[in-house]
Design a protein around this ligand. Sequence first.
Ligand code: IVH
Length: 683
Amino acid sequence: MVGEGGKEAVKQYIADLRKKIHYHNYRYYVLDEPEISDAEYDRLFKELEEFESKYPELVTPDSPTQRVGAKPLEAFGTYKHSIPLLSLNSVSDEGEVRDFDERVRKFLGEAGGAAAIEYVVEPKIDGLAMELIYKNGVLSVGSTRGDGETGEEITQNLRTIKTIPLRIFSDAASASGVPLSLLEVRGEVFIPVGKFKDLNTALGEKGARMFANPRNAAAGSVRQLDPRVTASRPLDFFAYGVGRAEGKEFSTQWEVLAYLRRIGFKISPLIRRFETIQDAIRYHEEVKEKRDELDYEIDGIVVKVNSIEQQERLGAISRSPRWALAYKFPARVEFTRVKNIVVQVGRTGALTPVAVLEPVPIGGATIHRATLHNEDELRRKDVRIGDTVVVERAGDVIPEVVSVIKSKRTGTEKEFKMPDRCPVCGAEVIKEGPIRRCIGVSCEAQLKERIKHFASLRALDIEGLGEKVIEQLVDRKMVSDAVDLFFLTKSDLLRLERMGGKSAQNILDALEKSKHTTLSRLIHAMGIRHVGDHTASLLADNFRDLESLRNASYDDLVCIPEVGPEVARSILLFFEQGSTKELLDKQERAGVSYEKRGVGVAEEAVREVLEGKTFVFTGRISMPREEARGIVERLGGKVASSVSKRTDYVVAGEEAGSKWDTAVRLGVRIIDEEMFMRLIKEK
Ligand code: IVH
C-alpha cells in the first residue's frame, strides 16, 4: 500500500509521464519530427498503462491512454454551439474577389485606410468543420458543425484523432503559463488522400462498401457509434480558428493561428499573409498548381481580413461573415447527361459499367466517360441511360458518377442491365461478389495478360517472348489466343518492330522447345482462375492427362486434398467452355506434347537443387544404379564414379565402401537413400 504522501508522489509521476507522452505525440503526429524512437515511446506508454491499471482512480480523461476507451453509443446527442459556426460566401472568379475587397474597403471607410487592410489566406480544406471545447486545458466536448447553431456531440470519436490534443500545452507566451479556463477551437477533420486510398483498398478486400472520396470517408468515419471504428480510420485535423477564449484577446487572425500552433494544434503550412488582394489572387493560382501534390483535398482558398477589430466592424450577414471569402478552384464536380452505359472488360476479365457522357469540362479536362464501378454500385445509385448525373473528377482519380438528379427524370430514362455474356468475346460471365467476370479463354480484353502468363517462366517458359513482343502480336491481331503463338512463322515475327533475324529465330526455337513440356506446366499455363502452379502440380499428380482432367467431376476434384469448392468450380467452368475445347484441339494440332509425370512445376524446386550438382553412389540402393543415374540427369545433375572435392553429394547405400571414407575426409555431404529419394521426389 502506498500512503497518502506516497500517492501524491505517484500522482505527480503519472502527470509527468502523461506530459512527456503528450509532448512526444505532438512531435510525432503534429510536427512529424519525432525526438525519440518508437520503441522508447512505446516504453513510456506502457509504463503509463501499468501505473493506471494499478491506480485506476488516477486515470484522467485527458490521459493519452484514453483516446479509445469509450463504449459504443446508441445515438449521438446534440450540442448547441455558444457562438454559431458561420459559413463562407464563395466565389470562383477573380472579379468577384476584387468586388469583395472593394466592399470591405468601402465598409471600413477611410478609417480602414487603403494600406491598412491585411489579408490572411488559408487553404480551404475539404473536410468537415468541428468545434473542440477545452476546459482548463483539457478536451471536454467535441462536436460537428451541424447547421451552424447545433451540431452532434461526438467527443469520444474526436478523442481518437491523434492530431487533436487531449490536453493543450500551456501558452509559453502568456503571462501565467496556465491554460485558459475556456477555449473553443474550430477546424476541419479530414482523411489524407493516400490513406484514403489504402482505406478503400482494405474495405474493398473485406467486401465492405467503399467511400466515393476522402470527404465522405471522413464523414462516415467520424460519425461511427463505436469509437473503435473511428480510431481505426486515418483521420486528421487542421485548426483554423477560435470561438470563445476566456481571458485571451487576439488582435489578428494571424495571431490566432500562431497561438493554436503554440498550444499543440496542426496548422496548414500553406497559410500566408498579404497586404493586397492582388497578392492573394496570385497565391490562389500558386496553390491551385500545387493542389494535386498535396496529401489532402482542398477546394479553394479562404481569404480572411486579418484584423479582428476590422472583422468585428464588418460583422456578418445571414450566417456569412463580411470579412471572409472562399475563393474556389474550378469545380471538379459537374452536371451532365448519361448518353449511354457501356461495359468495359479489364485485363482480369472484370466487367465495369461505364457511363458515356455528354462531354463536360471538369477542372481543366473534358470528361467523356465516368466509371460506375460495378453492378452493385450501379444499382445503389440507380443510374439510368438519359439521367442527369453529378460527375466528379478528384485529383488523379478516374472520373466517377457520384449521384443522379432524380428530379430531372422525364420517364424516358432506360434502366441498364449488366450482360450475361462478355461484350468482347461472348463467353459466359460469372458473378464474384459485386464483380462480374468474363471467363472466356480467348477473350481479347484479357489476351495480353493470358499470353504473358502462358509464356512465363513457371508456365511454358518461352524465352525471348517478352511483354513488348506479346503486345505487338495482339495489337496487330497476329494471334487471337495463346496457342496461336505456335503457328507464327519467321516472316510473321520479322514484321514486328525492332525484331532482327536472330531474335526471331530465338523465339521460334524457344516456342518449339516449349511445346514439349509437362502436364503440370501445361495446366498452369492455361490460366484457369484460382489454379496457380501449386494446384496445377496437384492436378497433374492426380490425373493421367488433360483429357481425364477435362472429364473430372466436381467430386473427383474436391476429393483432392487442398482443392476446395471454389477451385473445383472454377476448373469445371473452364472445361465447360466451348472455346476451351477448341483451344485444346488446336494445341494438339500445334504439336504440343507433355510428359504425363515428368519434371513438373512442383519439381522446379528439385531441379534447382539438383541442377549442375554432381552425385556419387556407393553401396547398395534399392533401385538399379542406371535408373538412379537417369533420374539425376533428367533433373539436371551429373553422376560421377569417384569422389572428389567437386562432388556435391555422396549417396551411401548399404555396405558403403571406401568412397564413404573419402567423402568424410574431403567434407563432402553424405546422404542416405531415403534422403536421396526425398531430394528427387516429384513434390
Ligand atoms: S473559416 C467564419 N477556414 O469551409 C468562417 N473554414 O463554408 C467560418 N473550411 O464549414 C469558416 N477550411 O468546413 C474556415 N481555413 C478555413 C477552412 C474552412 C475549410 C470549411 C469549413 C466551413 C466551410 C465554410
